[in-house]
Design a protein around this ligand. Structure first.
Ligand SMILES: Cc1ncc(COP(=O)(O)O)c(C=O)c1O
Length: 291
């Protein structure tokens, strides 16, 4: 498989990550994941904007323009002949020796950029049947809006849920639902959709932007307002969203069915709108679709 390593496209085996790379030692870096359908990127501009915004939030100077990055990622997608899949890209503050908490001078230490692809079909069965989730305390830091490569809090939450046999972790701070370990969180009550507002406690999801647009088009009211675990228990529907899972019904929380225990009509409608958004940018994906 070919990957991007700084400004080259090379075979994965050629990449050398230094043990004093600040990404490796401090998780001092930013990442993003963008999805492609039919060999074309979906919402690439939004992902690139968030990546640049993340770099600026941690004072990391981009070694390329947005246009240059887009071109490089498109080249990688092409070289690896990815039809439906993900491109993961990340930047770290570079290799600074000796290890020091102080940021190195960017003119002396250039950042390290890498990107790779994976072929991942849409998981239509899960999108239709839904997933289960466990409620887990949100013990992450207070900059969850930054797509930092430090995901220890997220993976610990997911691990807690997995150990109990659930697919995903729904995170809460003092009873307020924030998001999931790797997706945004939504609930539906009496025909209105609720989701946590953007801010420092959640990642501003790109899928969230698309779903908000979809809900507006479908005429479904959305309130971007905090909701509690108690309110979630009474929800008619629950779902999570991310680039890789799109809008994913959550049909069971901590062993109790949400609503009917099956995918609800609101999330199903959003899924249909989401497909239309994909098709507008990437062409038809529906030939074999089950949903
Ligand atoms: C913690 C967290 N929240 C939300 C999201 C959803 O973001 P997006 O829709 O941009 O994939 C992700 C995606 O990785 C995430 O890790």
């Amino acid at each position: 498989m070919k990957v991007i390593w700084n400004d080259q496209i090379v075979d994965r085996t050629e990449v050398k990550i230094d043990l004093e790379d600040r990404g490796y030692q401090f998780a001092d870096g930013i990442y993003d994941v963008v999805r492609a359908y039919n060999g074309k990127f979906f919402t690439l501009d939004e992902h690139i904007d968030r990546f640049f915004s993340g770099m600026s939030k941690i004072d990391l100077e981009a070694p390329f323009t947005k246009a240059e990055l887009k071109e490089r990622l498109a080249e990688l997608l092409n070289v690896n002949k990815v039809d439906t899949g993900n491109v993961y890209f990340q930047i770290t503050r570079g290799i600074a020796s000796p290890r020091d908490h102080v940021f190195p001078e960017p003119t002396v230490v250039p950042p390290v950029f890498t990107a790779s692809t994976t072929v991942v079909p849409r998981n239509e069965e899960k999108m239709s049947k839904g997933i289960t989730a466990a409620v887990v305390p949100d013990t992450r830091w207070l900059h969850c809006d930054i797509k930092s490569i430090s995901l220890l809090g997220n993976i610990m939450a997911k691990h807690t849920a997995h150990k109990k046999g659930f697919d995903e972790a729904i995170l809460h701070r003092d009873g307020i639902v924030t998001e999931c370990s790797s997706s945004n969180m939504w609930m539906v009550k009496d025909g209105t959709i609720y989701t946590h507002p953007d801010g420092n406690l959640i990642l501003p999801g790109i899928t969230k932007i698309v779903l908000l647009r979809a809900a507006a088009k479908a005429g479904i009211p959305v309130i971007e307002k905090e909701f509690t675990l108690e309110q979630l228990k009474e929800a008619d529907e629950a779902f999570s969203s991310s680039t890789t899972i799109e809008a994913m019904p959550i049909v069971e929380i901590d062993g109790t069915a949400v609503g009917t225990g099956e995918r609800g009509p609101v999330v199903e409608m959003l899924q249909q709108f989401y497909i239309k958004e994909i098709e507008a940018q990437c062409g038809s994906i529906m030939e074999n679709s089950l949903i």
